[in-house]
Design a protein around this ligand. Structure first.
Ligand SMILES: C[S@@+](CC[C@H](N)C(=O)[O-])C[C@H]1O[C@@H](n2cnc3c(N)ncnc32)[C@H](O)[C@@H]1O
Length: 285
């Protein structure tokens, strides 16, 4: 168990809560209550269990970053992008170093040269992607908040990636709509990272499908939302945005030539996950 260490009392307490948690989703399902809403009188024990779990996930993330990505923490451009984002008051909604590396590996694996990103924030994921596409590659990233875009531009410039990245400031759907005109972005991209307001996920996916060359990869981030995605009664617009895009994929993936999966993740960013979709080549069965 996490954080048990030599403190056997704490270990026993966490063990007990863990057992409660294991059975809680079952009883909650029976009562049609979603597990993420369980709290009640055991709330503070549950909180300390969750804090211990988070500590473990963060430590494991760091363990692997230290060994598999030893340069990630000391990389001046990436480190500055993170520390300056915090200093400037940006929300900590960037991908983790491990997730940044994953995006980079995926983009490189499909030989991506042209990337579309929806949701720039401070440009942390943008830097990973811009490096992955290489010198001849290009990243177009969409951001609604001018303050975020300005800070991201500084980070991208400091990373020496100015020529590879274009930040489009404004409501992403408006930018995408404007690019739906000739000579727009049709068949332009081979990798798309969707990481903005979750309520518009389906619209972003539809544009992604119009704007990708085939084959292409599409990543939709934050689709698990601490498990809330399975809560059919949720009124949270972000949860509903994920459910809508997932239901759409269920109905339309086959006819649109898409194969996809969802991967649940834990780590320094908590419990979440992403959808990875591959748009097949035109002649592919
Ligand atoms: C999760 S953050 C992006 C994090 C970034 N991809 C990273 O990993 O470093 C989401 C960003 O999307 C932006 N955003 C939210 N709604 C948007 C919209 N409708 N159009 C464009 N950008 C939007 C937010 O301002 C925020 O900067």
């Amino acid at each position: 168990m996490a954080a048990a260490g030599s403190d056997s009392k704490a270990a026993k307490r966490i063990q007990a809560i863990s057992t409660q948690l294991t059975s809680a989703p079952l009883s909650a399902a029976t009562a049609n209550v979603h597990p993420t809403s369980i709290g009640g009188s055991g709330g503070s024990d549950l909180k300390s269990f969750q804090a211990a779990e988070q500590q473990k996930w963060t430590a494991v993330d760091q363990y692997f970053v230290d060994r598999l990505q030893p340069k990630a923490d000391s990389d001046p451009a990436l480190s500055y992008a993170l520390s300056n984002s915090t200093a400037q008051g940006l929300p900590p909604a960037n991908v983790s170093p491990a997730q940044g590396e994953l995006l980079s590996l995926l983009a490189k694996s499909c030989g991506a040269k042209s990337v579309l990103e929806v949701g720039t924030l401070g440009g942390y994921s943008t830097i990973w992607l811009a490096r992955a596409v290489g010198e001849a590659g290009r990243v177009h990233t969409l951001e609604i908040d001018p303050k975020h875009a300005k800070i991201a531009q500084e980070h991208i410039d400091r990373a020496g990636l100015t020529n590879r990245v274009t930040i489009h400031v404004g409501e992403a759907l408006k930018t995408l709509h404007a690019k739906d005109d000739s000579p727009g972005w049709h068949n332009k991209f081979d990798f798309v990272f969707i990481d903005a307001d979750k309520k518009s996920n389906l619209d972003y996916l539809r544009y992604a499908l119009m704007f990708t060359a085939k084959p292409a990869l599409i990543v939709i981030d934050n689709v698990v939302r601490n498990g809330a995605v399975t809560d059919s009664t949720s009124t949270d617009v972000s949860v509903k945005g994920v459910q809508t895009v997932t239901d759409w994929l269920k109905e339309n993936a086959a006819s649109c030539g898409i194969e996809s999966t969802a991967v649940q993740t834990v780590g320094s960013k908590g419990y979440d996950g992403f959808i990875l979709a591959r748009v097949k080549a035109l002649n592919e069965k």
